[in-house]
Write a protein that binds this ligand. Structure first.
Ligand SMILES: Nc1ncnc2c1ncn2[C@@H]1O[C@H](COP(=O)(O)OP(=O)(O)OP(=O)(O)O)[C@@H](O)[C@H]1O
Ligand SMILES: [Mg+2]
Length: 411
């Protein structure tokens, strides 16, 4: 390093050269500058006092000195950094060993657990919070496994029970089918056993009534007529019950043939003439002269008779109008009466088994409540339908639609 001090006139006042730097003559420069020469930094500054310039100072510094200082500082910084990194590394590995590793092991155990394998447990290697966490986890896994096993046992038991019950149900079903078959057999034999003596009672009562077995007094006639009526009523009831069981056992046999519906209608009208006259009712019949239908004539007649007998039962004055017409491949037979009518809320109950509609203040008319149920079932079998419309207090219309050509109902 070299230093020069000049006075105000520019004469050298003093100079200093560090050992080894002597002999360097430095030209005076203007003040307030600095400059890098290769290997050196030169500075010059004015020396002032109360704004008077007393002189100037010039310094020439060896840059190699700075480089040495810088190198030394960098080496120190490098050593400090390396030591700090080693410490950080040691600290992180200690943390890894003490905190991260046990938590990772716990997470791994949780990940391995599934409903198929609940026996996994976390390793407890420490006595601190992490150890407590692992112990709590193990306790929870223990409870979970216990509940799961109990649930599985209950589930297995349930399956066994279902199998057992299904087996019992199947057996009960077989027994029920057998009972149903026995019931059908019983009804079939009942039809024979009951109808035969009943027909005998009705037949012989008729013979006695006609006086063919000797003279009969008026009182005897009256009582015998009651026997005959009750016999006929019982026969009709037995026939209905037999029909119902046959339909329910799907054992009803249809006899399909072509017939003239007009003949059937006239026959029905004829059967009710006496009863109509007794009640003072009219029974107009309106239909084409001929109406050919292919169906079960006996069953069709049975349905029309049921509808007309109902109309007669529930009508006290006026008329029962029977109409028939062919429309869109169907025969439409309607029985319209001017009787008591049916309330709207009761219409839906009409076709149910044993359903009879009671009206307060009106005496009950005899019947079983099977007529419409049976008629609708038979109409179904023939591919037809019965529908009812009514106005309470004014009268009802029952319409029976039937295919002109029978088509077997499947399913
Ligand atoms: N034309 C009608 N007018 C008013 N009510 C009717 C008429 N037809 C049926 N009903 C009502 O529907 C009920 C059921 O009729 P359904 O023919 O099934 O039975 P029932 O005539 O009482 O007995 P069954 O016909 O078995 O001898 C009757 O009890 C009656 O209340
Ligand atoms: Mg009836």
């Amino acid at each position: 390093m070299n230093a020069w001090i000049y006075d105000a006139d520019g004469n050298l006042f003093a100079s200093y050269s560090r050992k080894g730097f002597e002999g360097f003559a430095f030209p005076r420069r203007e003040t307030g500058m600095h400059e890098f020469e290769p290997g050196y930094l030169t500075l010059s500054e004015a020396i002032t006092e109360d704004q008077d310039v007393l002189g100037s100072i010039m310094l020439r510094l060896d840059a190699r000195h700075f480089q040495r200082v810088l190198r030394r500082s960098m080496t120190t910084a490098g050593i400090v950094l390396a030591v700090a990194m080693i410490i950080a590394l040691l600290l992180s590995s200690a943390t890894q060993r003490t905190i991260s590793a046990p938590i990772q092991s716990l997470a791994h155990t949780v990940g391995e657990m599934s409903f198929e394998n609940l026996s996994k447990r976390a390793k407890i290697v420490r006595n601190d919070e992490i150890g407590t966490l692992a112990a709590s986890f193990n306790q929870m896994a223990e409870n979970l496994e216990k509940s799961h096993n109990e649930l599985r046992k209950a589930h297995d038991g349930l399956e066994e029970k279902v199998v057992e019950r299904t087996e019992e149900l199947a057996q009960a079903n077989v027994r029920l089918k057998e009972l149903d078959r026995l019931k059908s057999m019983f009804i079939a034999s009942m039809s024979h056993e009951l109808r035969t003596p009943l027909n005998a009672i009705i037949g012989f009562t008729g013979i006695i009534l006609q006086g063919m077995a000797g003279e009969v007094t008026e009182e005897q006639k009256r009582q015998l007529t009651m026997v005959s009526n009750s016999g006929n009523h019982l026969l009709a009831l037995i026939n209905d019950v037999i029909d119902v069981s046959k339909i329910e056992a799907e054992k009803i046999d249809l006899i399909i043939s072509e017939f003239d519906l007009a003949d059937v209608m006239h026959e029905v009208q004829g059967l009710f003439t006496v009863a109509m006259d007794e009640k003072g009712l009219k029974m107009p019949l309106e239909m084409p002269e001929r109406l050919a239908v292919e169906s079960d004539g006996r069953r069709v007649k049975q349905i029309i008779m049921n509808l007309v007998s109902n109309a007669m039962k529930f009508t006290d004055k006026g008329e029962i109008r029977i109409e028939a017409a062919a429309k869109d491949g169907m025969a439409e037979i309607s029985v319209a009466d001017t009787g008591r009518g049916i309330k709207e809320e009761d219409i839906g109950k009409l076709f149910r088994q044993f359903s009879r509609i009671q009206i307060t203040g009106i005496p009950t008319v005899e019947g079983t409540g099977l007529g419409l149920y049976l008629s609708q079932k038979i109409a179904d079998l023939l591919g037809g339908r019965i529908r009812a419309e009514s106005e309470f207090g004014k009268g009802s219309v029952f319409t029976f639609t039937l295919p002109l050509k029978y088509k077997e109902v499947t399913g």
